[in-house]
Design a protein around this ligand. Sequence first.
Ligand code: F6R
Length: 240
Amino acid sequence: METRIFENSARLADAVSDEIIQLLKVKPDALLCMASGHSPKMTSEFFTDKIRQGKADGSSFYFVGLDEWVGIPPQTPGSCHSDFQERLFTPLAMKSDRYHLFDGLSADLPGECKKMDDYIDARGGIDLMIVGIGMNGHIGFNEPGCDPHARAHVAELEEITASVGQKYFQTAMRLDKGITLGFGHLRATRKVILIASGASKADIVRKAMKGPVTIDVPASVMQELPQGMMMLDAEAAGKL
Ligand code: F6R
């Protein structure tokens, strides 16, 4: 695992967006996977700006969403689907044949998981994953105690994930389950970048990077990934 620390969140987002640009220069039809939420927001903005400036071809890559809240309609502001739509699909005029997202409303969630696994396999695996870290150390909705080798699956969410998750929505939401890629995907991905910014992430970043590798702090698995990169701003790295 490599670690890079940046002076502020803008420098961090600039560098992470460059990683996507560099990938697309060598592999325009790469498969990219991103988390939604606050951590990759500025990265997405820098990335779409760079595409508009012609720094790489943004018309040929494929995309999968890392996760989705179960039971939340895709068009609800705050859903992962709505984040991706606003940050990537609309600015890049991406047609739906270039991306695949979990349907959190599906009556057949195991079927949704299989469709996602099959999509990733059909594209030859994920080239680059850009993930965040939750206050309990989760990546995606891989909560403490999750199966460290699972592929797509449905997860029961911890109380802290449900309560912190309210920040994305305009009204109170029932957030008790998520559907998510698993650590089997993380391990198989060619490059995994974990972004953390802000002082509120400093404690969990320290636990994940300096503590023992344990599924009780899921992001500690990054320590075992040779293709893993922790990209942090100075505040998130403040307790290392
Ligand atoms: C969201 C996701 C979550 C978030 C994590 C951090 O799609 O996968 O694991 O990355 O909860 O959230 P933020 O970035 O909002 O602090």
